[in-house]
Design a protein around this ligand. Structure first.
Ligand code: LIP
Length: 264
């Protein structure tokens, strides 16, 4: 039996240290390290340095656990647990000096396959905003000492968030989805960090969130926050290159899913 509280404390402690490093490096000036899938898909030296800090801490504290990080790839698990890490989620915001970025650290039972893993604990830390979201399986979702709960309904229409991939050829399809869903919405937000979008759904700051094409590290911690706050997180089109993730309270999730199914 895994001690999910201890795993949560470890994720929290490392996320705090990693977030402070990211904030320090940003203040010193951002160095672009490379581009990845497209010219818009950037990685900074800080992304790599922060992920290495996280990986080193986990190797010391949890030898034998598996690892999947956005920048340094994966390592198989010898213990049955795998850490899924986005060192700086919202990298473009980070590069431009916007505060909406976060360190996302999750630990799952199983390997880094979202179709089969069981989320055990997670932390999402936004260092500039000074907010640390945490969750452990069966222990609820928290912002500091405040327990979180998703919104049950949205009588004035749902405040929704979404995002778009780095590949401009996908933007028309994603905008068609937005157009399809807007009749449910009172408004739409596009913050640029999936981990924060999911944290905000858990906190009731958003009524729902949907996005195609997220990678496991973008949502591993945030999805646990939402489910531990009473919400529902689903991924559909999982055989495609761009699965659709939807996160919301049960009623709003059903409304979004109904529209998406009619769309497809
Ligand atoms: C980002 C996600 C965001 C998405 C961006 C990007 P990154 O992750 O958090 O929701 O819309 O396209 O994938 O690249 O900053 O780690």
């Amino acid at each position: 039996m895994n001690d999910v509280r201890r795993l949560r404390e470890l994720a929290t402690d490392i996320a705090r240290e990693a977030g402070e490093l990211a904030r320090l490096r940003r203040a010193e000036g951002v160095l672009l390290a490379a581009t990845k899938s497209t010219v818009a898909d950037i990685v900074t030296e800080a992304d790599r340095e922060v992920e290495q800090l996280i990986r080193d801490r986990l190797s010391a504290e949890r030898p034998g656990d598996g690892f999947l990080g956005e920048e340094s790839g994966g390592a198989d698990s010898a213990t049955g647990l795998t850490w899924v890490v986005d060192p700086i989620d919202g990298t473009v915001n980070y590069a431009y000096g916007m505060p909406a970025y976060s360190v996302s650290i999750a630990v799952v039972e199983g390997n880094a396959d979202p179709e089969t893993w069981i989320g055990l604990a997670g932390a999402v830390y936004a260092p500039v905003l000074g907010e640390l979201f945490t969750a452990a399986r069966g222990e609820g979702a928290w912002l500091g000492e405040t327990r979180l709960s998703v919104n049950a309904e949205a009588p004035a229409g749902a405040l929704l968030a979404t995002g778009f991939g780095y590949d401009p050829t996908t933007h028309d399809g994603d905008l068609a989805t937005v157009r399809q869903i807007m009749p449910l919405a009172r408004d739409l937000r596009r913050m640029g960090s999936a981990a924060l979008d999911l944290s905000y759904v858990a906190a009731g700051r958003l009524d729902g969130y949907f996005e195609r094409g997220l990678r496991p590290w973008d949502f591993a911690a945030g999805a646990l926050l939402v489910t531990e706050a009473g919400g529902v997180v689903t991924r559909t089109d999982t055989a495609s290159e761009r699965p659709m993730l939807v996160a919301a309270g049960p009623e709003i999730h059903a409304q979004i899913s109904s529209v998406l199914h009619n769309e497809s």
